[in-house]
Design a protein around this ligand. Structure first.
Ligand code: FDA
Length: 296
């Protein structure tokens, strides 16, 4: 219901409700948040908001924004890397352009000894995303990682297909609403697949970023990595979500990274975060009702 109703919520309300999930509009805002997180003992990954761009100039603009982010993070000596969405680099309208923009971002990061994580988007782009990742790795780049989603039925097969690369993987449930033909739709199945995929990745020697706020999955994942070198995995959370729990995990000595999005194109990202916030139904209902009362 919330997913269906959210697009009808006025943008100003979406912006206000989603403010905790976004560092701000500018690179300076992101830098300040990364500095604060680093002081709290947390690493960061910076995401330039924007996805599904439709013109080469827009994709080039996103790529330049990433070069500026890498420059700033290197200058600040931040404990941070970047996360990039390939549809923001033109994947859906020009794969060659996307390939070349991605290669320059990854090369720039490599020159600064920094790492690039390729976010995973909806199921239609998984094949191309994994293909571009493989090409980069086969070209000798090892400062690049991928994301796998436990929601997708194909993911365990993808782990097998990627095994020769021993990929550095962020594992998450997957946020995109997918049809049952390609995705598990039940809460329990998605969780079970998360743990199966985690096991397969660790058994194959992958470095895994366990990206979840789900306490059940956190506990099970922590039990699985107990006794492992702490350099073999990390925990990942989103800015503005379960910050108290993140602080406890850092206190316990785990390496934890926070996803820090910034930029002007906040709308789509905000909708996705709000649809996952258990408190949002009440907040949205209240905000829209108050707005509907005449005289306010
Ligand atoms: P779940 O949604 O069940 O949340 C567990 C609990 O966390 C909730 O009960 C609530 O307490 C709290 N919570 C979760 N979301 C909240 C919110 N917005 N506000 C307040 N509380 C909230 N997906 C994808 O498809 N591609 C990607 O590349 C990425 N990248 C990514 C990076 C990182 C660092 C994270 C943590 C997540 C992603 N995701 C993602 C999103 C991911 O797939 C998933 O949609 C969310 O993490 C929510 O799933 P959880 O496992 O956290 O469980």
């Amino acid at each position: 219901m919330i997913v269906r109703v959210l697009p009808a919520v006025p943008r100003s309300i979406v912006q206000r409700l989603s403010a905790p999930y976004i560092a701000g509009a500018t690179l300076e805002d992101a830098r300040a948040v990364v500095a604060r997180l680093n002081l709290e003992g947390k690493a960061a990954t910076v995401d330039v908001l924007g996805e599904e761009v439709t013109a080469p100039a827009e994709a080039e603009k996103v790529a330049s924004a990433y070069h500026a982010v890498l420059d700033a993070l290197a200058a600040d000596r931040s404990d941070a890397n970047v996360s990039v969405k390939l549809t923001a680099l033109g994947l859906e309208f020009d794969v060659d352009l996307c390939r070349s923009l991605l290669a320059t971002v990854v090369a720039d990061a490599a020159a600064r000894r920094m790492f690039v994580r390729i976010d995973m988007e909806h199921s239609d782009v998984v094949d191309d995303t994994l293909r571009l990742y493989r090409e980069l790795r086969e070209s000798g780049r090892d400062n690049v990682g991928i994301v796998l989603q436990s929601r997708l039925r194909r993911t365990l097969r993808d782990v097998g297909a990627l095994a020769d690369l021993e990929p550095n993987v962020r594992l998450c449930k997957g946020i995109y609403l997918e049809p049952p033909s390609v995705a598990y739709t039940g809460h329990r199945q998605i969780r079970e697949n998360f743990l199966r995929v985690l096991e397969a990745l660790l058994a194959g020697g992958s470095y895994v970023g366990v990206a979840t706020h789900d306490e059940y999955l956190l506990e099970r994942s922590l039990a699985r990595v107990a006794g492992m070198e702490r350099t073999g995995y990390e925990l990942q959370m989103l800015l503005g979500v379960r910050e108290q729990r993140a602080a406890e995990l850092v206190e316990e000595g785990h390496h934890l990274r926070v996803y820090v999005p910034y930029g002007n194109r906040w709308y789509e990202y905000s909708l996705r975060r709000l649809q996952e916030n258990p408190a949002v139904a009440g907040m949205v209902a209240k905000a829209t009702l108050l707005r509907a009362i005449p005289g306010r």
